[in-house]
Every structure is written in C-alpha cells, then in structure tokens.
Design a protein. Structure first.
Length: 276
C-alpha cells in the first residue's frame, strides 16, 4: 500500500509541476486528489482560513455538525472532519476540498466518508456536556439525548467529553480499551487513512461463525446481524475477556478468492496483507 500511495503522490507531482501546485489541483481526478490529501503531511487550519467557496458549502450542507477540524495538505487541498450532534466517536464524517474551495466528489463506493463507521462504543458510556451535565448512553436510542441537548443549547458547538476508559468493538468483532482522548485520536487517524473498500471490505467472513465466551457458552452467527448480539453481550459483561473466534473459518476476498483461516496468527496475517 505504501508503494502504491507513493507512486500516486509522485504522479501527482509530475502532473502538476512544482511551480504550479497551487493552481492546478482542481484539474486532478477527485479520487486521486482525495488519496493524496489523506496521505500527505497536513497542517491544522481554521475554517475561516479556507476558501470562501468551501466555507459556503460547509455552512449550507453541514449545519447539523459540531466541532469541525480542518487541515490543509499544502499544494493539494483541505480535509474537514466533523462530528454529528448525535455524537458517536466511531462514526466519521469528512469532506474534502481542492485549493479553490470546490468540494471533491468521489466516485460511488470509494472514499465514502459520510458517516463512515470505523468502530462502535460498547455501552454504557457517559458524555460530559459543555454545561457540566452528564448524559449516560445505555442503548442506541439514548444517542438522541445528545442531539436533543445540542438543539436545546444552540450556542454550544464543542463536542462532549467522553468519560474514559471505554471499550470499542471493530467490524471484525475485535475489542480494544481506549483510555484517553489521545488514544481515541490515534484510532480515528488510522481509520481515516484506510480506504473503506480496500481495507475494511478487503475480505468477509463466510457465515455461520461461532464465538466462545468467557463462561464457556457460545454465540453463533448465521449472518451479519449476529454482530449486534455480540455487542449486546459485551455491554452486559463489561469485565469479561474478548470472545474467542472458533476456527477454522472461511474468508472471501473482494476479488472472490476463498481462504481457510485456522488460527489467530493466520487471521492476523490476512489483515496485515490488507493493510499492505
């Protein structure tokens, strides 16, 4: 992956020419430009420092979002990350703009960052709001309480503080403990550097699959809806260890290739191959 991205960046530089980076970024294919922005060294900027066209787009289309984080990729464009009023740390909402402020439109299925889900919080969790009040999220419907708070407090745009530590669960059922904002930022940075089709959908597990729980019981999944049951179990047993995937399992890559995975080490290698 690093070699491919390096070649992408190199081809962009050759196409633009070092003296014309600031004037021709709008001529590049939007997907290639988004990739270059994601992989570049970025500088933090304020929304007010962005071009007028991009500010107008943000004001018109993203009014329902809070605490936007803008970054500029020199010579390329801008990345704006934002959180919704029904704040979910595992959901990512990002928009990209070229240097003139035009919003970049990726082709369908690539770089789709509108409410892209990287992971989910294992409930319950507690949010501390800007006025010092607390909102406890015990089930999915409780996220609506966060949005209601922002509707009732329109002058506040800062995202709520998450009370740590928290447990998160990824799409593949792997769980992880997050202890502070710095660890959460690191996890999000990893997520936003993954192309959702090339990484997260690199392969799929063929159902049915079975997980062995701490008490020796099992959860069997016949389809993707079974992950909700596993998440519910985590939330009901926050002190329990990670469920163990029962091997062997069959995975299917996006190109149709089928592989049998016999243990955790082979699964780790399969995931590393996706990253590469």
């Amino acid at each position: 992956m690093k070699i491919k991205l390096t070649l992408t960046m190199l081809s962009l530089l050759i196409f633009l020419g070092c003296d014309n980076l600031s004037t021709k970024s709008d001529d590049i294919n939007d997907d290639d430009l988004i990739t270059a922005i994601i992989e570049s060294e970025q500088e933090e900027v304020s929304i007010e420092e962005m071009p007028a066209l991009s500010r107008a787009t943000i004001n018109q289309n993203y009014d329902d979002f809070i605490e936007m984080d803008a970054r500029m990729a020199p010579g390329l464009g801008y990345q704006v990350s934002m959180d919704g009023k029904n704040y979910k740390p595992g959901d990512h909402n990002e928009a990209y703009f070229n240097l003139k402020g035009r919003k970049l439109i990726p082709r369908k299925g690539k770089h789709n960052r509108d409410r892209f889900k990287c992971f989910e919080l294992i409930l319950p969790v507690t949010f501390i709001m800007s006025d010092g009040t607390s909102i406890v999220i015990e089930n999915e419907s409780d996220y609506g309480d966060v949005k209601t708070w922002y509707i009732n407090n329109p002058d506040f745009r800062k995202k709520p503080d998450l009370q740590y530590p928290v447990n998160i669960i990824y799409k593949d059922g792997i769980t992880e403990i997050i202890n502070d904002d710095e660890e959460m930022r690191s996890i999000k940075d990893v997520c936003r550097k993954r192309d959702d089709k090339k990484y997260w959908d690199c392969f799929k597990i063929e159902y049915p699959v079975t997980f062995i729980l701490d008490d020796g019981s099992t959860i069997s999944m016949v389809d993707s809806e079974g992950w909700a049951e596993l998440k519910t179990w985590h939330e009901a047993n926050p002190d329990s260890g990670r469920p163990i995937l029962q091997y062997p399992v069959v995975i299917i890559y996006h190109d149709g290739t089928v592989e049998t995975i016999n243990n955790d080490e082979e699964m780790r290698i399969a995931k590393e191959n996706c990253r590469d």
